[in-house]
Design a protein around this ligand. Structure first.
Ligand code: PLP
Length: 446
């Protein structure tokens, strides 16, 4: 397929590409969404799937009606589709449906803390808060450092694995950063982690929507022990997340949520928990969300994620090459050494605050981007070289705008024309800062 044809085809897969939004002055323009790392619009196939399934929707597992049986089958079949998608081991892994990546990691942290309290978790300086905060109050947490370019230091990982001498239970690392887009060498990390007797949790929130992830067999030293991701970042926005991990982790431990659906038999004196994953999905689950995720995976499989990744990579390199030529722009996530990455990059423009740029892009041009610390505070602080003193200042001055960056993140439906429109506006902003600030400062609270 030619690139133009591919681009048009990919664009046709999602809903909302033609939506018009109002801008200053009252006109309407086609919305440009460069905030796909936050959440993606739904696939057409997902919405169709939901509508087609709706007449059959019913309670799962306990109902004996035809619709219940059918719904239960699809819901359970979903685990196989997801498992196949990430090459989990159907005989050893469980696929647990959660609400999102954040809930998946919190669940895992609670479950692990039951058996491994007091052990060490190695998180990293480039994590989203979802892969940092859940560990803090339950384990001794240390952070693998990043270098000045923003790359994870494998030397520091090995140093810390050695330093804690067998006490590290888990290395909790992101597959791809939501700030720079850098893809971590997760198989190398897995190898090193296993060498020191620890397990690896891969945060796939920014990886799974863009790259074919293979958890590899249990016997492989590159095996990914735990994988988490969110459906709403992969064109299925109905509130489902996934936690994949070895059955035995969940067999011996208490479930985090307790109630109907996770037990086999209960008396006033005892509780017989059901087996995982049922044990870990108390209450009526998000059935429509699961249907949406199944349809999204089928669409991604049909389209070929390798092709999508290549196309998205073309987009981000095009955008970065244009951005880096604009005076006053500093890029975070651009590298000249072919570092693998997903289609997002962050930047700042000298002398103009990030929140102001975000307001201008939205109100002047209908372009949605993300600004701030992106829930990856330590990483952004490191990349911006903020000192402890500066952080203290921001901490003790709640009225002051926090430091931050601008981030653009692409989905498979974005195209070169949208990037050109965006670059044109950034050029204008960077060249006429005073006028823009004057015009849009009323929207920015400081
Ligand atoms: N991990 C990373 C790398 C993310 O980018 C995000 C969200 O942006 C999360 C975790 C949390 O995902 P969710 O909000 O779906 O729980």
């Amino acid at each position: 397929m030619e690139n133009l044809e591919l681009s048009a085809y990919l664009r046709s897969l999602v809903i909302g590409t033609e939506t018009q939004v109002p801008i200053t002055g009252g006109q309407f323009v086609p919305a440009i969404n460069f905030d796909n790392a936050a959440t993606t619009p739904p696939f057409v196939s997902v919405m169709k799937g939901i509508t087609n399934f709706a007449p059959w929707y019913s309670s799962i597992h306990r109902g004996k009606g035809y619709k219940s049986r059918m719904t239960s089958n699809i819901y359970e079949e979903g685990r196989h589709i997801i498992g196949d998608f990430v090459k989990a081991d159907p005989s050893k892994d469980v696929i647990i449906y959660t609400k999102n990546t954040t809930e998946s990691i919190n669940m895992l942290a609670y479950i692990m803390s039951e058996e491994h309290k007091g052990k060490v978790i190695l998180s990293t300086e480039m994590e989203h808060l979802a892969n940092d905060l859940p560990w803090r109050d339950k384990f001794l947490v240390d952070y693998v450092s990043v270098d000045e370019k923003g790359y994870l230091s494998l030397d520091d990982l090995e140093f810390k694995l050695k330093k804690y001498r067998g006490k590290v239970h888990l290395v909790a690392v992101t597959g791809a950063s939501n700030v720079t887009g850098y893809i971590n060498p997760y198989y190398e990390i897995a190898k090193m982690t296993h060498k020191y007797g620890a397990k690896i949790l891969l945060d796939g929130a920014q990886l799974v929507p863009h790259v074919l992830v293979d958890m590899k067999p249990f016997a492989s030293d590159e095996h990914i022990d735990y994988l988490v991701f969110s459906a709403h970042k992969m064109y299925a926005p109905f509130g489902v997340g996934v936690l994949v991990g070895p059955k035995e982790t969940f067999e011996k431990t208490q479930p985090v949520y307790k109630g109907g659906g996770d037990v086999r038999l209960v008396s006033k004196d005892f509780i017989e928990w059901d087996l995982p994953p049922f044990k870990n999905e108390a209450g009526t689950p998000n059935i429509m969300g699961v249907m949406a995720l199944i349809d999204a995976i089928k669409t991604l499989n049909r389209t070929d994620l390798n092709k999508i990744h290549e196309y998205e990579n073309g987009l981000i390199h095009y955008a970065m090459d244009k951005l880096k030529k604009i005076p006053g722009v500093s890029l975070y996530g651009y590298s000249s050494d072919n570092q693998p990455k997903v289609a997002l990059v962050s930047f700042t423009i000298e002398d103009i605050p990030h929140n102001m740029i975000a307001e201008i892009l939205s109100r002047h041009s209908g372009i949605a981007i993300r600004d701030g610390l992106f829930c990856a505070h330590t990483y952004v602080q490191r990349l911006l070289n903020l000192t402890g003193q500066e952080l203290n200042y921001y901490r003790t001055h709640p009225d002051v705008t926090l430091p931050g960056m601008i981030r653009i993140s692409f989905g498979l439906y974005n195209n070169y024309e949208e990037i050109n429109r965006f670059i044109e506006v950034i050029y204008k902003i960077a060249g006429n800062k005073r006028q823009y600030v004057q015009k849009y400062k009323k929207y920015v609270i400081d």
